[in-house]
Design a protein around this ligand. Structure first.
Ligand SMILES: [Fe+2]
Ligand SMILES: [Fe+2]
Length: 380
């Protein structure tokens, strides 16, 4: 059973991945056959389940993997019944003649030598936050008291994730509600922000082997991307809403939305006591550097190449791509293939070539994001 000291020991670790890693070691120490546990989060808006954290003694872990919950029959049952599921012999689910018909996740686990699994829904009240998976190389591991113990661990993990989410949600909600107060001022619409966030997440998930983002960072990319133009709140209406060409002076003031964004963000972080939240730096880099260009001709600091934080380079590609494929009062929406060609043309000078390549490699996904979120046309 879990000792009371566990919660105290957990408080020594600051970040959620560190806490989960500690739990993984603890579980393994006490139950040597439980060799791996992983966490996948559920996104209600897209109905997708996405890998978030995994601890594994080998490099075989499944990561950067997502799928619609509606297509995962057995996970859906766990979600609906709010009840854990034990499979004590995974090979039974993948008889040789059925290869190709089973859930690819299950098939992968069997190929990697896993034989038993315990899966529990992560719940906060009645809200489904995701799933925790415990795996063993030994069939029939999950029996007796171990089931109760893992159920308690699952509840503890649900709480840790809820706390962590609450902090990130406080930050994004505070920024978003500030931005919403000024809705209608910025010609960039909600549709643009949702789409570019999805593109940014897609790029981040496909930058390996050059860059490796954890599933958690990829998740945060989605939350942070729509906040990139936060600083426009500080740009006066006469400039932000001006129909004609900006004067040099006005353009300079418009460019200040990057540095003003950081001031606003620092304020929100301080007000809500979120200074120690991991990944706040990632958000700051997005807000400050998303207009920098690879050849150094961008703003506010004229950084070039690798000097520009990778998260800002990702946002730049996502932002430009959505602008090209969206209809504007002065232009028609470009077809995806033409917009991608344009990105390739400016890769290396304006945009990061690896980020462009990552988007290019996922054309099918790009088309489906566009189809799903193709909503708004900006009014003149
Ligand atoms: Fe911007
Ligand atoms: Fe934008």
């Amino acid at each position: 059973m879990l000792e009371a000291s566990l919660v105290k020991e957990l408080s020594r670790y600051r970040t959620l991945p560190d806490k989960l890693r500690f739990l993984g070691v603890r579980i393994r120490q006490k139950n040597t056959q439980v060799e791996r546990f992983s966490v996948a989060l559920y996104q209600p808006t897209t109905d997708k389940v996405r890998t978030f954290f995994t601890t594994s003694p080998t490099q075989e872990a499944i990561s950067h993997y997502d799928f619609p919950l509606v297509e995962a029959w057995s996970l859906r049952q766990i979600a609906l019944q709010r009840h854990p599921r034990v499979i004590n012999d995974l090979t039974q689910l993948v008889p040789p003649q059925q290869t190709g018909k089973v859930n690819p996740h299950t098939q992968k686990l069997v190929e990697q030598g896993w034989r038993a699994s315990f899966t529990s829904p992560l719940l906060c009240g009645d809200e489904l936050m995701g799933f925790v998976f415990f795996n063993s190389h030994t069939a029939y591991t999950f029996r007796g008291d171990l089931l109760y113990e893992l159920e308690l661990y699952s509840q503890l993990i649900a709480q840790l994730i809820y706390q962590d989410h609450a902090a990130i949600r406080t930050l994004t909600a505070a920024v978003r509600s500030t931005m919403a107060l000024c809705a209608g001022r910025d010609p960039e619409t909600g549709g643009h922000l949702e789409r570019m966030a999805q593109y940014a997440q897609l790029i981040a998930a496909n930058l390996e082997p050059k860059w490796t983002f954890s599933d958690r960072q990829i998740q945060h990319m989605l939350l942070f991307a729509p906040l990139h133009d936060l600083g426009k709140l500080a740009v006066p209406d006469r400039i932000l809403l001006k129909k004609g060409k900006l004067t040099q002076e006005e353009f300079r003031e418009m460019q200040n939305h990057t540095t003003r964004g950081i001031e606003l963000l620092d304020n929100v972080v301080r007000t809500h006591g979120l200074e120690n939240l991991p990944d706040v730096q990632m958000l700051k880099n997005i807000v400050l550097y998303h207009h920098e260009k690879m050849d150094g001709s961008g703003y506010p600091h004229g950084l070039s190449g690798e000097m520009i934080p990778i998260e800002a380079r990702i946002i730049a590609v996502a932002d430009v791509f959505d602008a090209l494929t969206s209809e504007r009062p002065y232009k028609k929406a470009w077809p995806v293939s033409v917009a991608l060609e344009e990105l390739q043309r400016i890769a290396g000078s304006h945009l990061d070539a690896d980020c462009v390549e990552a988007l290019l490699s996922q054309q099918q996904q790009v088309e489906s994001i566009l189809e799903q979120l193709q909503s708004d046309v900006v009014e003149a």
